[in-house]
Design a binder for this molecule. Structure first.
Ligand SMILES: Cc1cc2nc3c(=O)[nH]c(=O)nc-3n(C[C@H](O)[C@H](O)[C@H](O)COP(=O)(O)OP(=O)(O)OC[C@H]3O[C@@H](n4cnc5c(N)ncnc54)[C@H](O)[C@@H]3O)c2cc1C
Length: 428
């Protein structure tokens, strides 16, 4: 069978696969996206629980997510309708608070640090000195190393590491600070603080993740002639004269000239066993737990987003203030830790107690639900080698948040990888 010059298959309907398909469909390429699950979105998706649309994990975006914002605009999403844009504000309960000022970068951060509450003058100046040093080295280390080592070498006091750097590291890299890649963390700081003051804004979804991204991107793909096949797991890929055959358990094989594998790395191994390519060492993963707690609808937390530095809970989001789900609080527990030994019921109860200690006026909740994403992100450890989007086989590409790039496992990392794989196909 002759395959048209460019007939592209995308395997995986997470944000990497969706962004690749969107760009290719826009360019008029014959593109089909295959997703194993009955819904799109991968690790950024909504589900229904007790009649509410919840997310598999509360997500935060940053003003620095340039490619994400550009893609959203290109598929017709108006940022103002779906994202709450807040100037960077860290409200760490009973420890400190910092609010970026309405000044050009980096003065917004400098004055934010100078006016932060709960930090000593010595602590404020050590952070400022650290940023001055980062600017001098252009946020580029000669060699990657664990973030904690770097912070200790740069004389960051213990309290500052615990209150500021560790929560930021967990939020950005979802990897314990003792092993996290300092260079990847600096990349996020560079893009957030170095150019435009809006880059450090927090962008909090006002709608669920599927409505925010995967549903409108899928509509855009279809509008431009792209095809989307759900519940269609590719079982393996074979090389042919004209390209590649995709095999499925539930349907006969289809042939494509180009293939983008946009699955998580552990799925890549399974579907490429018949291909002659070097297999990268297996990635390690880190979990994220999201604990939803439903209080009576009049309950509000003092801030939309509150940080904690003492117990298991790390961040609490007030979904009533965010997306009109009154009384619903989403609590995040990132990365590995002792909480993984608890049953989901016990974890939910512990978080309810911790919130009650922080906010004694909270009544008993109506229900709580724990979502455990055990492989939420790859462990973004120091010195990690990430595969390129180009593989050793012509016309076979990889995409996904784990592929080579500046960013940790994030929406922005996934979208950048998908756009870059699509670009390689357009140029091929
Ligand atoms: C709980 C949680 C919280 C997070 N918080 C944030 C945050 O605050 N900010 C942020 O930027 N990022 C966050 N992330 C990370 C972000 O969600 C991911 O980096 C991003 O969604 C990854 O997209 P992806 O397309 O690379 O991979 P995935 O989303 O994993 O997509 C891969 C897709 O491939 C499909 N697939 C696998 N095998 C096959 C097959 N054989 N055939 C067909 N399809 C297949 C899967 O079903 C899946 O849909 C969070 C992630 C989680 C889980």
């Amino acid at each position: 069978m002759d395959v048209p010059l460019k007939k592209v298959a995308i395997i995986g309907g997470g944000l990497a696969g969706l962004s690749a398909a969107s760009k290719l469909a826009e360019a008029g390429i014959d593109v089909t996206l295959f997703e194993a699950a009955p819904q799109l979105g991968g690790r950024a998706r909504a589900f229904i629980w007790k009649g509410k649309r919840l997310d598999n994990g509360q997500h935060i975006l940053l003003g620095a997510y340039q490619q994400t914002l550009k893609l959203m605009a290109s598929v017709g999403i108006d940022e103002k309708n779906v994202l709450l844009r807040l100037p960077l504000a860290l409200n760490m309960h009973q420890s400190f608070s910092l609010k970026a000022m309405r000044l050009p970068a980096p003065l917004h951060l400098l004055f934010g640090l100078l006016t932060a509450t709960g930090l000593s003058w010595h602590e404020r100046f050590t952070v400022i000195r650290f940023f001055v040093w980062l600017k001098a080295i252009r946020y580029k280390l000669t060699q990657d190393r664990p973030l904690l080592d770097l912070l200790i070498q740069k004389n960051q006091p213990t309290r500052l590491i615990k209150w500021l750097w560790e929560p930021l590291c967990l939020a950005a890299l979802n990897t314990p600070i003792a092993s996290a890649s300092a260079q990847t963390f600096l990349n996020v700081l560079r893009d957030s603080f170095n150019q435009n003051k809006n880059d450090s804004d927090l962008l909090l979804p006002k709608v669920d993740l599927s409505a925010l991204l995967s549903e409108p991107i899928a509509e855009h793909i279809k509008k431009h002639g792209g095809k989307i096949a759900l519940s269609m797991a590719v079982s393996d890929i074979e090389q042919t004269m004209n390209g590649f055959n995709l095999n499925f358990a539930s349907k006969e094989a289809s042939e494509f000239s180009h293939v983008v594998i946009a699955t998580s790395p552990h799925h890549v191994h399974a579907i490429t066993s018949q291909l002659d390519i070097t297999r990268d060492a297996a990635f390690d993963y880190q979990p994220i737990y999201t604990v939803y707690i439903q209080y009576p609808s009049h309950i509000k937390l003092p801030h939309v987003m509150t940080g904690f530095t003492q117990g298991i809970a790390q961040w609490a989001f007030d979904r009533g203030q965010l997306c009109g789900q009154d009384g619903l609080i989403a609590v995040i527990v990132s990365a590995e830790g002792a909480h993984q030994k608890l049953s989901q019921e016990a974890l939910g109860e512990s978080i309810v107690e911790e919130l009650k200690e922080s906010f004694p006026d909270l009544p008993s909740p109506e229900w709580h639900k724990v979502i455990a994403e055990k492989r939420a992100t790859f462990a973004c450890v120091s010195g990690l080698k990430r595969p390129k989007q180009l593989t050793q086989l012509a016309n076979l590409y990889l995409a996904g948040d784990y592929t080579e790039g500046d960013y940790p496992a994030t929406i922005e990392g996934a979208i950048r990888s998908g756009l870059s794989a699509a670009q390689l196909i357009l140029q091929s």
